[in-house]
Design a protein around this ligand. Sequence first.
Ligand SMILES: Nc1ncnc2c1ncn2[C@@H]1O[C@H](COP(=O)(O)OP(=O)(O)OP(=O)(O)O)[C@@H](O)[C@H]1O
Ligand SMILES: [Mg+2]
Ligand SMILES: [Zn+2]
Length: 367
Amino acid sequence: MNKVLYRKYRPTKFSEVVGQKEVIEVLTKAVAYDKVAHAYLFAGPKGTGKTTVARILAKAVNCELRKPGEYEPCNQCSSCLEIMSGKSLDLIEMDAASNRGIDDIRALREQTNFAPSSAKYKFYIIDEAHQLSKDAAQALLKTLEEPLSNTVFVLATTEFNKILPTIASRCQVFHFKRLTRKEIILKLSKIVAAEGIEIEPSALELIASVSGGALRDAETNLEKVISLGDSNHKITLEEVKEILNVPDIDLVIDLANSLLAKDFKKAFEIIEEVKNSGKNFQDLLPLLLDYFKELLMLKIAFENAEELIELPLTTEQIESLKNQAQNFEESYIRKIIEILLELESKIKNTSFPDLAFQVAILKLKEA
Ligand SMILES: Nc1ncnc2c1ncn2[C@@H]1O[C@H](COP(=O)(O)OP(=O)(O)OP(=O)(O)O)[C@@H](O)[C@H]1O
Ligand SMILES: [Mg+2]
Ligand SMILES: [Zn+2]
C-alpha cells in the first residue's frame, strides 16, 4: 500500500459512490440531459462523499468522450485525467476555512469573467462553505446572483444551518447522509478483497460500527488496523478492539443480559468483576444506557433503528439485540432505563459505586 486507502479507493465515477442514492439520481440526470445548475450546495456529515461527488460531477460535465445522454466520466480523456491529477484549470478547489478573505472571493469573481481554459465549464468547489467570512459570503452572493453560463459553484458544508439562507436559496441543495453499517461493510469488504487482506468478518463489522457513518473514517480505521495488526495471520476481532481502542462491550452485554433475565447473582458477579479489574463505573453506565436505549428503539420499531445503533456491535450482537427487543416488554425495558438514569447521579457522588449499582438493580425484582 503506497497510497492512503481513502484516496486510493475514492470513487472515480457516479456508480462507485456508495449510498447517497437521491443525490446521485438527480445529478446523473442533470449531466445526461445537460441541465447542470449554476450552484450546488452539498450538505452533510464529514466523510460521506461531498467532495468526491463534486469532483465526479466536474469530470463528467467536462469529459471529452462522454456522449450525449450518458452521465459517467470516461476517466481517460485529457480533461478527466487533468481533473484526477489535480492539475485542471477548470476545477478550482478552495477551503473557506483557510481562504476566508473577501479578496479571495473577489479574485474569484474576476476569474469567473474569463471563459474556462479548455473545457466547457469551470467548477469552483468551496469546502467548509459555512466558514466563509461575512464579506466573503456577500461577495459570493453577488456572484451567485449574476451567474455566468459556463461556471458551476459547488459549496460543501458539514454545517448546513450556518449557511446564509440567501446563499442556500440560490443553490440546488443536496443533503448527504451518514452511510449505513451495511454500506460501509460493503465498501470495506471490497477494499480488503482488492488488497488481499485477510480479516474476520466480525472484525470488519466492528470497524464499520465505530466509524460513525463516515466512510473516510472507516477507511482510515481499516488502514490503521492493517498497518498495526499482525500480518502473519487473519486480522481478528480482538485485534481491532485493541487497535481502535473500542470499549469492552462484551461486559456491557453480559450485564444487560443478566438484568433482562433478572439474574441478580450473575449481575452482582459482573459488578464485582468491574470493581476488581479497576474499571470505572462511570464509563460503564453510559454504555449500558446506550444498550437499553437501542433496545427500546428497536422495540418501538423506530424508523431505521437498526442503522442508528451507535454502540460498537458486530452483526451477531445486533441480531441478539433484535431478538431481545422481541422477547421483552417495553414497560420492563423502560423500568430498567429509569433505574439506570436514577443511578447516574448517585454514582457520581458516592465512594461506593458498586454498592449503588447493586442496590439499584435489585429494584428490578419488583418490576
Ligand atoms: N459515499 C461514498 N462512497 C464511496 N466512498 C466514499 C463515500 N464517502 C466517502 N468515501 C470515501 O471517503 C473519502 C473521503 O470522502 P469525501 O472527501 O468525499 O468526503 P466529504 O464528504 O467531502 O468529507 P468532508 O466533509 O470531511 O470534506 C473518499 O476518498 C472515499 O474513499
Ligand atoms: Mg470534503
Ligand atoms: Zn473523460
